[in-house]
Write a protein that binds this ligand. Structure first.
Ligand SMILES: [Zn+2]
Length: 126
């Protein structure tokens, strides 16, 4: 792998799998380490990180959404999985995640829920 892809105004450059042939005839990509028993279609992008089956990723790898639920933000992509809709979900090491900057701001504050309403002035009713 050489350098990072350059992102311009156009769509990002197509990232081809770096294919090797295994002794049994299967293909494997040097980069994402995914295997195929037929040559993958050339238009299939390589995620450029190790690809896992949807339930085989190590437990310390989480999606950005999973990190967000814990008040963490992702750092570097460490893997990915591809769902049934062929969407790639990147995975991040939870041990490398950082706290979300706005975590404090999102915490509900007591003063938003005043305990006592202002007492209604009693009219001078007599
Ligand atoms: Zn690949």
């Amino acid at each position: 792998m050489t350098g990072k892809p350059l992102y311009g105004a156009l769509a990002p450059a197509h990232r081809e799998h770096q294919l090797q042939r295994l002794p049994n005839g299967d293909y494997i990509c040097d980069v994402c380490e995914w295997q195929w028993n037929k040559k993958p279609l050339p238009q299939w992008d390589c995620p450029e990180v190790k690809r896992y089956g949807w339930d085989t990723a190590p437990r310390y790898l989480k999606t950005a959404k999973q990190l967000h639920r814990r008040g963490l933000r992702p750092t570097k992509r460490r893997g990915c999985y591809v769902d049934l809709m062929n969407q790639t979900h990147y995975l991040y090491d939870i041990r490398e995640a950082r706290p979300e900057a706005n975590r404090e701001a999102r915490r509900p504050r007591a003063f938003l829920f005043p305990q006592a309403r202002k007492e209604k002035d009693h009219d001078n009713a007599n």
